[in-house]
Write a protein that binds this ligand. Structure first.
Ligand code: TRP
Ligand code: ZN
Length: 471
């Protein structure tokens, strides 16, 4: 479902340099003198996404959503919420930020006492009544709400809380969670989540993880979901629609909860039929499935792509077999081990695409070798080869090369280090960095460790420089 970027667009992307601000004052955090948290986590691509000075460890979101009234009403809904965020300060903290774009903040309380707050761009700046001691967990309660729309990312793709005719599709990569809740919006700060969404009776709100319950009162149903495993903020969803919930269990005992839009024909979900087999297949390659449940959200509206929202990927209108394999592989590659910086996204998309190749080959389709050859048949002067896969630029996150050259890199790495070492790498990568984040350098280091080879030149050629690798 991913959008291919044409040659013209790819060329335009190259004009964009990565000349962005360096990490916001990492040095400031070390002192024991009380100080404010930085407004950004320091990601070179999205400097103000995330924040400094604390770790968010748990989010409890209690939301109420009113979708648009029937057509031809404009696509705007009403979202109101109380976010209770447990944070652990990493210094004595005088002030800190959460990320929040749009919506209105009614009040903020810290440790049960009202706190002062201001807004500046996407920063919600909170000044507690007293200094927050380093290492001591406190609850931050933000009461907020307002009209919802159809936000877009820097490329112009829909993301965040995307209002639809009958609900919302919520897909927030890379920093779109801030469009619907106050958040430390960077993958390096994973947290557990409890999300409850109250919607008009008849609609279903689907979150990540386990369904805790659904209770109806006065014409509204509250759907409560719980994610016990830590999750990056971009992987959180709370999609609302005219869904049918289908609850089953795989032969291995993993609960599957699918939410399928009632307006879709059976053909739209045919690609989900082999989900249990795919899980078993990828467990054989990548190790045990990393979470406590799985399933799909298939909406009859569209954001233009699918997203691997944790435990419950969301699909636009149709879940094809290859996309289902792709989003499932992301649960290991991307969700359990996530990019430490957005420039490392090829570790998500390269692996998920390579996994598509593996599944297709296993299922009687084209071989991985044929898919690799297809990529290598792209002429050297094609702009496809101009993307630096391990540094594609903020506008190149979803460039075709991040996916296909990324997958080809893994295929070539297997030839370079041999099948045995590659199989160990495929297992060790997601287990070593489970529930955490890692960089391209971490990946190279592990590949070198399992193979005993110096792979500096290999990674330079394949992911750190533009130009078609010579075989
Ligand atoms: N991560 C998604 C996937 O590959 C793709 C994605 C997210 C995307 N946002 C996007 C693709 C915006 C194109 C445009 O499964
Ligand atoms: Zn992907």
């Amino acid at each position: 479902m991913r959008v291919r970027i044409g040659a013209a667009v790819a060329a335009a992307l190259l004009a964009v340099t990565t000349a962005v601000a360096p990490a916001a004052g990492a040095a400031a955090g070390q002192s024991s003198r009380p100080s404010p948290g930085e407004p950004g986590a320091g990601d070179p691509y999205f400097p103000l996404a995330g924040n400094g000075g604390y770790d968010a460890v748990h989010y409890d979101l209690d939301l109420r959503y009113q979708p648009p009234t029937p057509a031809p009403a404009p696509l705007t809904g009403e979202l109101d919420g109380v976010a209770t965020i447990t944070i652990v300060p990493t210094r004595h903290l005088t002030r800190f930020d959460l990320d929040l774009r749009g919506l209105e903040v009614e009040s903020v309380a810290v440790r049960g006492r009202p706190a002062e707050f201001t807004r500046e761009g996407d920063e919600l700046i909170i000044t507690p009544k007293t200094i927050l001691p380093r290492g001591k967990a406190v609850d931050v309660v933000v009461t907020y709400g307002g009209a919802t729309g159809r936000p877009t990312d820097i490329e112009g793709a829909l993301y965040g809380w995307v209002t639809t005719r009958d609900g919302a599709m919520v897909a927030s990569e890379p920093e779109g969670s801030m469009t619907w809740f106050p958040v430390n919006d960077h993958p390096t700060d994973k947290a557990t989540y409890d999300v409850a969404v109250t919607v008009p009776e008849g609609l279903v709100a689907v979150g990540n993880g386990d369904l805790v319950g659904a209770t109806t009162q006065d014409g509204r149903t509250t759907w409560s979901w719980s994610s016990r495993e830590p999750m990056a903020s971009y992987l959180v969803t709370a999609s609302v629609g005219n869904y049918e919930l289908r609850q089953t269990t795989t032969p291995d005992g993993l609960p599957l909860i699918d939410a399928i839009d009632r307006d879709l024909p059976p053909s739209a979900t045919a690609g989900l039929a082999q989900t249990a087999e795919m899980i078993a297949f990828f467990e054989g390659r990548f190790g045990p499935y990393p979470f406590s449940s799985y399933g799909a959200i298939v909406d009859d509206d569209s954001v233009g792509y699918a997203l691997e929202t944790q435990t419950r990927p969301i699909y636009s209108r149709r879940a094809t077999e290859s996309t289902v394999a792709h989003e499932l592989a992301h649960q290991w590659m991307g969700n359990s081990v996530s990019p430490a910086r957005w420039q490392d996204i090829w570790l998500n998309e390269g692996w998920a695409t390579y996994a598509e190749w593996l599944w297709a080959e296993h299922d009687g389709g084209p071989t991985a070798a044929a898919r690799f050859d297809e990529v290598m048949a792209i002429p050297a002067d094609n702009s496809f080869w101009q993307v630096v896969v391990a540094d594609p630029g903020p506008l190149g996150l979803f460039a075709g090369a991040v996916y296909d050259r990324g997958a080809a890199t893994l295929y070539a790495l297997r030839s370079q280090i041999g099948a045995d070492a590659f199989d160990r790498l495929s297992m060790e990568w997601p287990s070593r960095h489970a529930d955490s984040t890692a960089t391209t350098e971490d990946f190279q280091a592990l590949a070198e460790k399992v193979s005993g080879q110096d792979l500096a030149e290999f990674f330079d050629v394949w992911v750190r420089t533009a130009g078609k690798p010579m075989l």
